[in-house]
Design a protein around this ligand. Sequence first.
Ligand code: PPE
Length: 307
Amino acid sequence: MTLTPTKFIWFNGEFVPWEEAKVHVLTHTLHYGMGVFEGIRCYKTERGPAVFRLKDHIERLHNSARMVGMKIPYGIEELIEAVKETIRRNQIEECYIRPIAFYGYGVMGLNPAGAPVNVAIVVWPWGTYLGEEGLKRGVRVKISPWRRIHPLILPPQAKVVANYANSILAKVDALSSGYDEAILLNLDGKIAEGPGENVFMVKDGVLCTPPVSSGALIGITRDSIIRIARDEGIPFEERELTVDDLLGADEAFFTGTAAEVTPIREVDGKPIGAGVRGPITERLQRIYFDTVRGRNSKYLEWLDFVS
Ligand code: PPE
């Protein structure tokens, strides 16, 4: 996706112009993949820009870092404030927010000890992740030949830069086979998630998603959808899912900060249910969009107003 630059980037506690937020080619994370990041969205509301579940995202950033032994030199409150200030400085109403912590320049070799931990927060306008059409009609998905990283190899519950090499392989394979997106299975052949999304399905009115033990990231959108479904009285189960379960589902959809709630209309060339966005998907999608845009008073606590 081509970038639309904004004006300022928060870089180690200071604002620098977009073009000047540069790093050395011997940046440790660039070579070895050890870094952590987040993806957050800020939406335009009647009360000005609002960040969705900002604290939860910043806490997850800190957790991801802790899981891989990286010390982020900025506290949670400090980063929350930095995100809001970045949005204000850029005078942007709706944007994607990418905080990243990475080992910078200073040492080479696998031991990152001695390398500075750099932190940046970047905001830019980012439209729909899987296309406007995808949101309405649903996307076509390929079961990936690449398996989701196993917890004994890399921590799937942490948003570690290196994990995304696995996601890129799956994504590029799906695109080059003519699909819109991939679904990765875990080493046991159970459904884990998309390269950058959690997966849900509906069967006989019951909403299901794989447990975190299947290799899924503890998605914040996933959590929001589970809470909304419970409030709506939609039966919900967290259980291991097979490709067979998915192919036999009445509805399926992806969730993610970037992907929001995107229906899945086809898996490996076979239609899911009627091959269109299903009614429960549509309902949850509508409530989600109302929620993030501040039109649903029930979930106002999830919004952090910027101004
Ligand atoms: N699984 C993975 C592997 C993942 O990267 C994401 C977010 C999710 C599930 C959904 O999590 P959440 O955003 O908390 O609901 N992926 C981010 C990166 C996307 C990108 O292409 O970059 C995102 O959606 O911001």
